[in-house]
Design a protein. Structure first.
Ligand SMILES: NC(=O)c1ccc[n+]([C@@H]2O[C@H](COP(=O)([O-])OP(=O)(O)OC[C@H]3O[C@@H](n4cnc5c(N)ncnc54)[C@H](O)[C@@H]3O)[C@@H](O)[C@H]2O)c1
Ligand SMILES: O=C(O)[C@H](O)COP(=O)(O)O
Length: 613
């Protein structure tokens, strides 16, 4: 098994490395600026926040930015009330700016000064906010479940991690749904208001019973399933609709999963628990209300936007919907003169689903821990726009993560010609069952390794796939199943570039692709194949690749040329097709040779050298 060191991925400990200018993929790469052979550096950069503005990047590396705002500590902006325990945790780690009820303009002005932003449902974290952050904002923490107020696409493009607190308010939301269900059925709110207005209207507020009635739970996730459990205890029959919920989980608590139409047409009560997404927006419209049982009662503690509120009003007015209980609204707060809010058959609460002391404490701690973890560089388990990879998987993959980036960096440096890189194939050789090998991070790191040296983009695990797509890079992955120990996650990683020319003839495989392969030996990344040549050389530090015709004296010749340049060779590996035929040398060097130096013999004995980091 690989080392159990947790993989730190987000917050660079040091300033980001100087970027080369933005050459075309095909530009000459005879020698390449090397980066220090620092593993931590690579780890830190796995999740380094990108910036669209090179200037912002130069001036706002994490360490520099944190230092600029106070003693090297990051700064967290909290824009909505957060439980004290969570704030306390944040304050132990960061400077915390609690600024509530900011206008959009005020938020944009503040966001470029902070490393993390913590919000609830009222703060709209739009594309403009990410743009205004100019690359500094690394994490948005949503203290709650719904992330419909955060522009996830813009966050991803900006390489900003979004984390939420998905579990701590589940029970509170479920309890609120049940409270609204019962209150609606028994007219509690209306009767309360009437009595307080000096009236005694017992016959007006005759309710309906819950026992024996059918409740359709729309969205059988965390809250939906807890509502189902509780409603069962009230003697209701529960059906649920959720296209993605496992049937077994529903069955285990005695709930049948049914189609959308069956759910809405058979239920006496309907409780909404799906997220607001483009596909659920206004899913309850005139057409769906028309399919419901006459006199149905509806509870919504999910999101106002899943209901077409005008259509609901019409359905209430024409009696299709007898009553509704709403905690959430399309616009929050809803307009003061909202007909829906003032409808006599509607019970409303101002988005209180998560508002219990217990839930708010839990959510605050959950989000504080997620944000701190992300700022420290841990991949958050509650990441919304990045692969959620459990810590043990990350630990185990950590040396391969470094290998993947190194191979990406290496392969791009042997490209030449004007066509640019279009197709990348990553091949994983492993004895593991494919389902037990999560390669998303590895793919992201290959992309990072390929794109960063040839562009001004900063790639991290959040935006790797997005940036690759933007640049027209087609990434495919393949597995080679090996008969070995599944204890070791991977035997090797190959990176192939198709349809490109190489300035290093030795890097071309028989199929004409540029191909490199590496593996992890004793925790360090090693290059084991270049083109068709087997080599074995560490990928830590600088690497010089030379193509030659196998003949006596070459190794000594190269060694002495490097010696004359004061470049120390730390090891060397020669791969050849056959004695006296083509060969390559992979040479680990302590210093970076002068730019043109690897072109050491023009009579084609050593035809080309490529210096890599
Ligand atoms: N009112 C509040 O204060 C409050 C509190 C907590 C959660 N919420 C909201 O409740 C909703 C559910 O939260 P959760 O924690 O249970 O989330 P969840 O992700 O655990 O569950 C959502 C479920 O909806 C399902 N779903 C997705 N699309 C669907 C569709 N078209 N039809 C039916 N089901 C669909 C998903 O498969 C998932 O099982 C979210 O919108 C969340 O924002 C509101
Ligand atoms: O999605 C959620 O978690 C709830 O809607 C709670 O939102 P809030 O944090 O604004 O109360």
């Amino acid at each position: 098994m690989a080392s159990a060191t947790p993989l730190r991925v987000l917050f660079p400990a040091a300033a980001a490395p100087a970027r080369p200018p933005d050459p075309a993929v095909s530009s000459s790469l005879t020698t390449h600026r090397t980066l220090p052979p620092q593993r931590n550096h690579l780890r830190a950069n796995l999740f380094t926040s990108p910036s669209r503005s090179p200037k912002a990047r130069r001036t706002l590396t994490a360490a520099a930015a944190a230092a600029a705002v106070g003693g090297g500590r990051p700064t967290v902006l909290v824009t909505e009330k957060l439980g004290p325990a969570g704030l306390e945790l944040l304050r132990e780690f960061a400077n915390v700016d609690c600024s509530y009820e900011l206008t959009a303009e005020e938020l944009r002005a503040k966001v470029s000064l902070v490393d993390a932003l913590v919000v609830r449902s009222a703060t709209r974290v739009t594309r403009e906010v990410f743009e205004a952050a100019r690359g500094r904002l690394r994490v948005v923490g949503r203290a709650g479940v719904g992330i419909d107020n955060v522009d996830l696409q813009a966050a991803t493009e900006a390489g900003c991690l979004v984390v939420n607190a998905p579990t701590a308010n589940t029970v509170a939301a479920a309890e609120h749904a049940v409270a609204l269900l019962a209150a609606m059925a028994r007219n509690v709110a209306q009767a309360d208001a009437s009595l307080k207005a000096g009236k005694w209207q017992r016959s007006k507020f005759i309710g309906v019973s819950l026992v024996g009635k059918t409740l359709a739970v729309m969205g059988f996730g965390k809250v939906g399933s807890e509502v189902a459990r509780r409603a069962k205890g009230l003697g209701m029959d529960i059906i649920a609709h959720d296209p993605y919920a496992p049937v077994d989980r529903a069955r285990a608590i005695g709930v049948d999963l049914v189609s959308f139409d069956e759910a809405i047409s058979t239920a006496d009560f309907i409780s909404l628990h799906m997220p607001l997404t483009p596909s659920t927006e206004k899913i309850f419209d005139d057409e769906t209300f028309a399919k419901m049982k006459q006199g149905v009662r509806i509870v919504n503690v999910a999101r106002g936007g899943v209901v077409d509120e005008d259509a609901l009003l019409r359905a209430l007015d024409n009696g299709t919907v007898a009553q509704a209980a709403l905690d959430v609204f399309t616009e929050e707060p809803p307009p003061k003169d909202s007909k829906l809010v003032h409808h006599e058959n509607v019970t409303v609460t101002p988005h209180l689903g998560a508002s219990t002391t217990e839930a708010q404490e839990g959510v605050a701690v959950e989000i504080a821990e997620a944000v701190i973890g992300a700022l420290r560089g841990d991949l958050a388990a509650t990441a919304v726009n990045a692969p959620m990879v459990p810590n043990e998987v990350l630990s185990e993959l950590s040396p391969y993560v470094i290998l993947a980036e190194k191979l990406g960096r290496l392969v791009v440096q042997v490209v030449s010609g004007g066509s640019g890189i279009k197709r990348v194939k990553v091949v994983y050789s492993s004895a593991r069952d494919p389902d037990d090998l999560d390669t998303r991070i590895l793919r992201a790191m290959v992309i990072k390794g390929i794109i960063e040296p040839i562009s001004s983009a900063f790639i991290n695990i959040v935006n790797a796939d997005y940036v690759a797509k933007q640049r027209g890079l087609q990434i495919t992955e393949e597995r080679i199943w090996l008969d070995g120990s599944p204890e070791v996650p991977l035997d090797s990683i190959q990176v192939h570039l198709a349809n490109v020319e190489s300035k290093f003839a030795g890097a071309l495989s028989d199929a004409g692709d540029i191909r490199v392969e590496g593996k992890v030996n004793d925790g360090t990344p090693h290059l084991i194949l270049v083109g068709s040549f087997n080599v074995d050389v560490s990928l830590e530090g600088n690497l010089l690749l030379c193509c030659q015709v196998d003949q006596p004296g070459i190794i000594g010749k190269v060694g002495s040329i490097l010696g004359n340049m004061n470049v120390n060779v730390n090891f060397m590996s020669v791969g050849r097709t056959a004695p006296g035929k083509e060969a390559i040398m992979a040479i680990g060097v302590d210093e970076e040779p002068e730019k043109e130096s690897p072109q050491i013999d023009r009579r084609n004995t050593v035809c080309c050298g490529v210096c890599l980091s």
